[in-house]
Ligand binder design. Structure first.
Ligand code: AMO
Length: 428
């Protein structure tokens, strides 16, 4: 066995022999005694090196180990009030499994905050910082909590193709690629496939998978590859879809609070469980709120400034419902007088999710596609599913990284992805 205990497990012992492994976070030599701080995913352990116990040679060798080298230390754990962590390990042997070169391209233990570019270039080092890794602990728990709610509510987890022949969310944001002799694209959303699965009788499905958008703008809220959490449910309307969405978010947040309190502390975040149901505000109500501050016409989408107003006026999580049909995608169900059964989930001024009750009637769907300048011929594989028994259905797509931003409080969406893909970055 390479390692007997993690630092966290070792911290709970006293007087026992352990073998802990990890990275050299820091090393301080104070004459005849030295403190080597070992770090693993679970925390830190202080290795106290005493020259008189180790002998001159070992002491000299161990105190020369470079920062961020991978080591294993075998020794006795001892509870002590003198150590910051409340325990120390008195190592008999330290083995260097893999030495780190010096100097490091990015400091791990230093407080210096490097710029985002340098951090991403050296992401394997950047991620070693506990507060950087904490984002991914939160992300994992959040996702698990959401998945649990969906599964508990009868949703089947599915996977649909990411290499596709047509656009879903709009033609300009597609990444083209060659698929042997055909033209293909990276999928923007599983939208069409999750709807087809309603025709297949799957009743309730969800998918957690990458979605690709060739959006040119380089902002702190946009990625070119993100994780989309998609759900679709049959014999359901927009309200049913919103209800499962808000429950999923609360389930995710509950799990983060339950399982990742330490990560939240590292991120300096006090998280509370939002109250259900989230507020529903119609598009028209939101428009009135916006018009108290800045002018906006009916039928326009909310600008950044308009969303700021809504964030201030409403706050927290809320839905904007009953959107004008014209500014929503072809697949949403029309209501009377130019309205639709589409909704967006917001957190303050940030859009987290869009969804709708869908248009499940073939003729009307084809007509709306044409009115939006789309050629129904290109959607044949999708439209066929509406001709032979398509139930009424509804669903939503939730951007995982947008939600992680809100839960962790980080300001740049790139912080929520291990290896982000943005307008300029394709490596690492
Ligand atoms: P929409 O295009 O609004 O809807 O996307 C759904 C959610 O995905 C997230 N998102 C993004 N996150 C990061 N970077 C991006 N470039 C990006 N684009 C979108 C957002 C957004 O709210 N098919 C519909 C969903 C549905 O109706 O079921 C769709 O894709 O959080």
């Amino acid at each position: 066995m390479l390692r007997t205990h993690t630092t966290k497990e070792a911290s709970m012992l006293d007087g026992e022999s352990v073998r802990v492994c990890g990275w050299v976070h820091d090393i301080r030599v104070l004459g005849r005694i030295a403190f080597l701080v070992l770090r693993d995913r679970y925390g830190f352990a202080q290795l106290t090196l005493i020259r008189s116990l180790l002998g001159k040679d070992k002491f000299k060798e161990y105190t020369k180990i470079t920062r961020e080298s991978v080591i294993c230390a075998t020794g006795k754990v001892q509870k002590t009030e003198q150590a910051k962590l409340g325990f120390e390990i008195l190592p008999e042997i330290i083995e260097v499994l893999n030495p780190a070169d010096a100097p490091l391209p990015l400091g791990v233990s230093d407080m210096v905050t490097a710029d985002m570019e340098t951090r991403i270039e050296n992401r394997f080092l950047d991620l070693r910082k506990p507060e950087v890794m904490a984002v991914f602990k939160v992300r994992s728990a959040l996702l698990q909590g959401i998945r649990e709610v969906l599964v508990a509510n009868g949703f089947l987890e599915v996977h649909t193709p990411k290499i596709v022949a047509t656009a879903t969310e709009g033609g300009t944001e597609l990444f083209p690629l060659k698929y042997f002799e055909k033209d293909a694209y990276l999928n923007q959303s599983p939208q069409l496939y999750k709807q087809i699965l309603m025709a297949a009788g799957f009743d309730r499905v969800f998918e957690i998978a990458p979605a690709f958008r060739a959006e040119e703008h380089n902002t702190t809220r946009h990625l070119n590859e993100f994780i989309s959490i998609d759900a679709e449910l049959s014999f359901a309307n927009d309200e049913d879809a919103m209800s499962i969405l808000e429950k999923s978010i609360v389930g995710g947040i509950k799990r983060v609070i339950d399982k990742e309190s330490e990560a939240l502390e590292q991120l300096n975040v006090k998280l509370s469980i939002p109250e259900l149901p989230f507020r529903r505000v119609t598009y028209d109500e939101a428009l009135n709120l916006v018009n108290k501050h800045i002018s906006m016409e009916w039928g326009e989408d909310f600008s950044t400034e308009a969303l700021k107003v809504l964030g201030e006026e409403i706050g927290g999580f809320y839905f904007i419902t009953r959107w004008p049909l014209d500014i929503k995608p072809f697949y949403v169900l029309p209501d009377e007088d130019g309205y639709s059964f589409a909704f967006d989930l917001m957190y303050r001024d940030k859009e987290l999710s869009s969804g709708a009750q869908r248009n499940h009637r073939y003729e009307s769907l084809v007509e709306i596609m044409r009115s939006k300048g789309l050629n129904p011929e290109n959607f044949n594989f999708y439209l066929r599913a509406f001709k032979y028994g398509m139930p009424p259905h509804a669903g939503w797509g939730l951007g995982l990284e947008r939600l992680v931003m809100i839960v962790t409080g980080v300001k740049n969406i790139r912080e929520c992805v291990i290896f982000p893909r943005d307008r300029t970055r394709l490596v690492p």
